[in-house]
Design a protein around this ligand. Structure first.
Ligand code: ADP
Length: 554
């Protein structure tokens, strides 16, 4: 406080905008103190008429400074007060003459004041007033006036000119800095206002949508949840658990009660850097589950580094219900078709056993192939329905992936040989897992059927099982036509066939891989493909061993 008070007073005096009265009272106090000191040693000087005139001028200046509200008048008028002060100093200086030359320096206070208030005009007034009040009287009283006397007398106005100009220059620099600071502050305030408005808008928008939105940072910490996401999280929260982490939420593969392993849960996948769309999971307790289609996108910072991810949960329960009822209808029709078709195939086979004319046998052969193709489609459609419809329809028993692959390979060896394709198999036994063997066999059959179908004569199909990084793994490789990256991206979409397949005579309907993927995912596994056009393809199925142990309990 004691250190800052003089500083505050000085800044009041130097400030061009502060009140006239403060400045004047400071000056008056200064001059009265000097007067007191003079009175102690020269009482007669203070009692003289000229000194009393000087005090009267000082009193007048102080009265004007305190009594008049200068801010209501043009800035130039207030110059009257410092001019009177210079006059008062001039009178005292003239009285004391050479005994108190330093008295002249007192004018520096009104000079500063004039320069600060009126800039260049103030400096001119200050120089004129100093010359008139001090320089001219001292020259008039000089016994001899030569160049030296004039130079000495001119020193004071010249010094005041320097002081005034420095003050004006300094104030201009300060003024410029102040303006820059003010505009920077205004910009910051505007930016803050815009940021607050944008945040408000974003919050309103994301709260008004019906999909759950979660934003996480790269470490998996939640950065933002919208209102819908709170509801969805509550649905997936087990009872009696206050704030579960993602691994404890009730998240299952669609159509099953099989929990999704922690690393395959939507938010975890996003945190691990994956971008995906339409990854369907069910949330909630068995019997009260809702299906959500989840998508994730990575968020990049201004340097292009990953700073987090946004995951969206869209409720597709009713959509899935509608699709399921349509599928049930298709499945019903397919089921009804299967029996007569099997019978048609049986009779066609029987008819061909007879000794028929060549042409009739050929025609029956075409009919038989088409009937078999139709039966294959009907069976795929039926299997499709089973994988979509729920746990009760998946029959989980412990099986080895290697045995299922071995069974499937046995029925394709002959087909490969007929097509002129070498068939290589290498089965490392894999641990027993809870699997639906007929369903999984159908997925493996589709992979092997494709591998043989899309490999020209002379090529090789290899089927291999192994245990890799805690997973039971099955690989079906071929040296066939292969696919581009773009084609691989659409491969598991229903009814999709590559341009090469469509342009060829190879029969197909684009259901097999979509079905295979659904079966594998429903059983808690993963399916992936590596391929290059003209070089061949490798399809890989993987089932995590530890997640099955966890899922099956102790
Ligand atoms: P399709 O009945 O047409 O074979 P799928 O769903 O089994 O139906 O396969 C979809 C498409 O993927 C095929 O039409 C084909 O274009 C491509 N495809 C599948 N497997 C292979 C493979 N091993 N080599 C090359 N292309 C393949």
């Amino acid at each position: 406080m004691t250190q800052t008070a003089p500083l505050a007073l000085m800044s009041e005096i130097a400030s061009p905008t502060r009140g006239t009265s403060v400045k004047q009272l400071y000056f008056t106090a200064f001059l009265l103190t000097v007067t007191l000191l003079i009175a102690l040693s020269r009482p007669a000087v203070v009692a003289s008429g000229q000194y009393l005139l000087a005090l009267s001028v000082l009193g007048l200046a102080t009265g004007l400074a305190v009594g008049i509200r200068w801010e209501k008048h043009p800035a130039g008028w207030a110059a009257l007060v410092p001019l009177l002060d210079i006059a008062a100093v001039g009178l005292v200086r003239d009285l004391l003459r050479n005994e108190a030359i330093a008295m002249s320096l007192l004018v520096v206070i009104p000079v500063l004041w004039l320069a600060a208030r009126l800039q260049a005009r103030g400096v001119a007034l200050a120089v004129l007033a100093t010359t008139a009040a001090i320089t001219v009287p001292s020259l008039l009283r000089a016994e001899t006036v030569d160049t030296l006397t004039i130079a000495v007398a001119a020193l004071l106005p010249l010094t005041m000119l320097q002081v005034g100009l420095l003050t004006v220059g300094g104030l201009r620099v300060m003024d410029g800095q102040n303006r820059e600071l003010t505009s920077a502050l205004t910009e910051v305030e505007e930016s803050l206002g815009q940021a607050a408005a944008a945040k408000q808008l974003l919050t309103s928008v994301i709260d008004s949508v019906d999909v759950g939105i979660v934003v996480v940072d790269v470490d998996g910490n939640d950065a933002l949840w919208n209102r819908a996401q709170h509801r969805i999280h509550a649905l997936a929260t087990p009872p009696d658990v206050e704030d579960p982490d993602e691994a404890r939420l009730r998240i299952c593969f669609p159509g099953t009660n099989r929990p999704v392993p922690p690393a395959q849960r939507p938010v975890r996948r996003a945190v691990l850097g994956e971008t995906f769309s339409n990854y369907v999971v069910t949330l909630g307790a068995p019997g009260a589950q809702a299906s959500y289609s989840t998508s994730a996108r990575q968020i990049l910072d201004h340097q292009g580094d990953r700073s987090g991810a946004v995951v969206v949960f869209a409720d597709v329960t009713s959509h899935i219900e509608t699709v399921r009822s349509q599928e049930r209808f298709v499945a019903g029709v397919s089921h009804e078709l299967r029996t007569p078709l099997t019978s048609v195939i049986g009779y066609l086979d029987l008819a061909r056993e007879d000794d028929l004319p060549e042409e009739a046998d050929a025609l029956l052969g075409v009919a038989l192939r088409n009937a078999e193709q139709l039966l294959h489609i009907v069976e795929d459609l039926l299997a499709d329905q089973v994988t979509r419809s729920g746990t009760q329809e998946l029959e989980l028993r412990t099986h080895r992936l290697s045995e299922i692959a071995c069974d499937s390979a046995a029925s394709f060896r002959l087909e490969a040989a007929k097509a002129g394709v070498s068939f290589v198999q290498d089965f490392e036994p894999t641990p027993a897992l809870p699997l639906d063997a007929p369903r999984l066999r159908q997925a493996v059959d589709n992979l092997l059927s494709n591998a043989v179908k899309y490999t020209p004569a002379g090529g090789t199909v290899t089927v291999r099982t192994s245990v890799q990084d805690g997973h039971a793994q099955l690989e079906v490789s071929d040296t066939g036509i292969g696919m581009s990256m773009q084609e691989q991206a659409n491969l598991f979409t229903e009814y999709y066939r590559t341009a090469t397949a469509r342009g060829s005579t190879i029969a197909g309907h684009g259901i097999g891989l979509a079905l295979a993927r659904r079966i594998v995912v429903a059983l808690g596994g993963q399916i992936s493909v590596r391929s290059a056009p003209g070089e061949g393809s490798t399809f890989t199925l993987r089932f995590a061993l530890d997640s099955f142990e966890a899922a099956d309990g102790p």
